[in-house]
Design a protein around this ligand. Sequence first.
Ligand SMILES: Cc1ncc(COP(=O)(O)O)c(C=O)c1O
Length: 361
Amino acid sequence: MTTRLPDFPWDSLADHAAAARAHPGGVVDLSIGTPVDPVPDVIQRALGAVADQPGYPTTHGTPALREAAVGALARRHGVEGLDPVAVLPTIGSKELVAWLPTLLGLGPGDVVAIPALSYPTYEVGATLAGATPVRLADGEPPPAGTRLVWLNSPANPTGRVQSADALARAVAEAREVGAVVASDECYLALPWTAEPVSVLRPEVRGDSLDGVLAVHSLSKTSCLAGYRAGFVTGDPALVRSLLEVRKHAGMIVPRPVQEAMTAALTDDAHVAEQRERYRARRAVLLPALTAAGFTVEHSEAGLYLWSTRGEDAWETVAWLAERGVLAAPGTFYGPTGDRHVRIALTATDDRVATAAARLTR
Ligand SMILES: Cc1ncc(COP(=O)(O)O)c(C=O)c1O
């Protein structure tokens, strides 16, 4: 393979993780956004009900799954008028993020525009395709030669929510250079102090879905990271072309997981319950960080508190590790994150309370 992938960033946290684990009360690991709460019963039951599945599942997913995705987007996010045919299940959203540039046929000479601070897999996906990732500052238009623009609101790692106007501008600018827009919306159902909007809403994408994809994940809102469950939808022609390649490539969501996804997308009660769990954890951690001298920026939605003590990110990581709390340095997400750490809300209530107590002691 000729591509040069970045070192896996979490490996570089090993020493700090060891320091945090050595705390007499054990580590509170807030460095990764992995769900810790139980998979809701309604989903577990659906998974178990289709255990006897000797045959191959379809890459396109069951009609019931595609309809459930369209229904969830309408009920939860006010997205109307989607055709279920334009829904394509994915094996979690990370694989789609990593392979989208390749699936779209991008290669050397093509630019993939990503936010200055962003989920590392956008860069990885561009690199896997042999394309060139370019980090855009806020409001910076994509350069000529851009074939794919990643948007992410609410954002990882900053928790920043972009207005419908700002997103509409980004979509228009991408269309101007002939780029596809992929909006990673995995935190859309976790708003705190701002209301995020989907790229699929007409005030963002205009009258047509041309060139627009929305990438959704069930990992965070339905505690399904372990099942690997996501979907992509939007421009029907683009989704059709992704389906064609994915059929050949064996990128198929297992049939029991398809059933679990259908159940998850049909039930909103567990989403509301999970949202309240995270809201409560945020309400404990945010004031504790502030009391400990941190400034928390953005963090208007999603699972992270984007925090700074006005020093180098690694110093803050070390300061927290001494207190048995593990956080991710902002540099994992881009060079401009060098004075921030990302603190996740994904620990049990008990561990979050422990972290808050250690911070304010
Ligand atoms: C912005 C963003 N996109 C995508 C993912 C991948 O999620 P999954 O593969 O679990 O759907 C994550 C996971 O943390 C994320 O933060």
